[in-house]
Design a protein around this ligand. Structure first.
Ligand code: ATP
Length: 361
């Protein structure tokens, strides 16, 4: 029997609570089938909470979520709710800084039954986005209010970059063992123009030398972005600076069917927040048509992470069960509108739950 795990839930705004409900229904059914023991505590945070309280997340909630074994987050922020400086409410970014979640793991695998515009058939990549520095480094820099110019600072540190690249090479090894992928890491940068990126490449080269069994290359971000479209099969693990990663991970998601099927995990050595790559999608919120697959696959990533951290094979079995049931539902054509289907959020949820028993993890 698996030990008990405390899961912090942050449903957030827009479609966040809708996809969270779906993922929880799947997780609770799986917990029954696999005799797992989870307790859940829900916390308010995001744009709706900001409107009530003037805070994007309370200091108490920020502390409490860090004590949980893992955090599941729906989506946060609404274009209609902004801080006085014009930016959106984004406690998920504050959480990255608070807990030193320096990397976002964004697997983009082409799944059977999911329509794609690419001619490639074997897309199986992991985009790793740095989360705490790069072009977000100066987020809290004080600068004079001006109508003439405004700047953002791009900072790269050796300490964070080394951790990031060690993680990338480690992931390449793990994926090779798990999926038979080549064991290869690509750095995307702008080392030909930006000094910060020339430094990033130097650190990458240093770390690559420590992993001779893993192949590596370095491509400029502009050409590398094109290759997501023209030759996505060339990528295994892709690692890059914060904003480059923000953009390229969504291009990669687009290649494998869109944001509705793109999960993610924001990690440090000790903490992790699991959330879909998509935002709050206000255009479809409240209609019951959001695709819950990205959130459900993020829950699968949470079970895998907890399993590895606590050496708990029951959780690994449960993660496999949910992944297989989700893939089976997609293969059987249970697709939401973003994938060209007519299924509702609850149709997809039920279809996955119905298939859970077919798979023994
Ligand atoms: P953010 O910057 O907060 O990540 P975003 O600008 O990337 O947000 P999203 O909220 O992710 O925007 O939505 C982008 C588009 O993708 C919207 O048209 C939205 O309807 C669609 N979309 C996003 N997530 C889903 C989903 N789970 N199911 C269906 N459509 C989705």
């Amino acid at each position: 029997m698996s030990r008990s795990y405390e899961i912090a839930l942050l449903p957030g705004d827009g479609i966040g609570p809708e996809v969270m409900d779906s993922a929880l229904a799947v997780l609770k059914q799986t917990a029954q089938l696999d005799d797992l023991n989870f307790t859940y505590t829900e916390y308010e945070a995001g744009a709706n909470y900001y409107q009530k309280s003037g805070m994007s997340i309370s200091p108490e909630s920020m502390e409490a979520v860090g004590k949980a074994d893992a955090v599941l987050l729906g989506a946060m922020g609404l274009p209609s709710v902004r801080k006085p400086d014009g930016t959106e409410i984004a406690p998920q970014i504050d959480m990255r800084e608070h807990y030193g979640l320096f990397a976002s793991l964004r697997p983009c695998h082409l799944l059977e039954g999911v329509p794609t515009r690419t001619k490639a058939t074997d897309v199986k990549m992991l985009v790793i986005r740095e989360l705490t520095e790069g072009l977000f480094a100066g987020r809290h820099d004080v600068q004079p209010d001006s109508d003439e110019s405004m700047s953002d600072r791009l900072t790269i540190t050796r300490a964070t970059s080394e951790k990031l690249f060690e993680l990338a090479f480690d992931q390449a090894k793990q994926r090779r063992a798990k999926y038979g992928t080549p064991g290869h890491v690509t750095l995307l940068d702008k080392a030909n123009v930006l000094r910060s990126n020339a430094f990033l490449r130097k650190v990458f080269d240093d770390v690559a030398k420590r992993h001779p069994s893993i192949g590596s290359d370095r491509i400029y971000i502009d050409a590398g972005s094109m290759m997501f479209v023209t030759n996505p099969e060339r990528y295994d693990v892709v690692v890059t600076e914060n904003v480059f990663g923000d953009i390229t991970s969504e291009i990669a998601a687009g290649v494998v069917g869109g944001l509705g099927v793109a999960p993610s995990a924001d990690v440090s050595a000790t903490h992790a927040v699991f959330q879909p790559s998509h935002g709050t999608a206000p255009d479809i919120a409240g209609k019951g048509i959001a695709n819950p697959v990205a959130m459900i696959l993020s829950t699968v990533m949470m079970l895998e992470w907890l399993s590895e951290k606590h050496q708990d094979l029951y959780l690994l079995a449960a993660s496999k069960r949910i992944r297989s049931a989700t893939e089976a539902a997609l293969k059987d054509g249970v697709l939401t509108g973003d994938l060209g289907g007519k299924a509702s959020t609850s149709d997809v949820t039920s279809a996955i739950i119905e298939r859970l028993e077919q798979f023994n993890g």
